[in-house]
Write a protein that binds this ligand. Sequence first.
Ligand code: 0L1
Ligand code: MG
Length: 257
Amino acid sequence: MDLKEIAEKIDLHQQNGMKMGKITNDYPELTVEEAYEIQRLTIQKNIERNDPLIGWKMGLTSKAKQISMNVEEPIYGRLTESMELNEPVLHVKNLIHPKVEPEFAFFINKELKGSNVKPRDVWAAAEGVYLALEVIDSRYENFKFTLPDVVADNASSTKFVLGTQVFSPAYTPWDKVKVTMLKNGEKVQSGYGNAVLNHPVHSVVELTKMINRDNLTIKPGMLVLVGGITEAVSVRAGDMLNVDYEGLDSLDLEVKE
Ligand code: 0L1
Ligand code: MG
């Protein structure tokens, strides 16, 4: 099994929004550790194209998603500059079957590292929290994959957009924020911040511990998308999403061809 060759294939499908068969169809013995190495090699290709790493995302952070995948811990992916939308407009022409989920993004401005990191270390390192929408678009048919497949495909990362306002991490109980998503004026999802590992801060703690296994750290200036607060919602051209974060602000996303 040539991990570099697999990374090149995934990169091609990610860049062109082309679906592909599961990697584990060809390599059923693929481990999660090897899948993270494929993810690293794939994102290395973005970095070589002047599309630098700007952060991390956590996935499978809700108990429901973990049970459905039969796993006991979340997964992580890497965010690069080209994934950030500069305005709340999503073009779906080069995407496969995009879905959108409401999240929080922690802006970390002090290095977080080690296997013993605690919530208070995250609060000391977090300079701000943004409201965020993540667009996921698995490269696998029908969003069907095993754990190593989805890890290799960078945890389905595709695009994300941040709200304009940054919030102090200190004054909001992020686990208690109610989020309601409307699609074309109709309520489609709602949930609370505690859907993310009981409290979003735990997501940053877990990420720090998970990447520490590969001697990696969260560097100052990095964003962390903590995980979906509700189920992800499928979108297509012509859709309009309005997401209300009670007591804070709301985000819109216009979906165009
Ligand atoms: O951001 C996410 O929670 C996605 C994790 C990967 C699983 C999926 O694509 O649904
Ligand atoms: Mg997500």
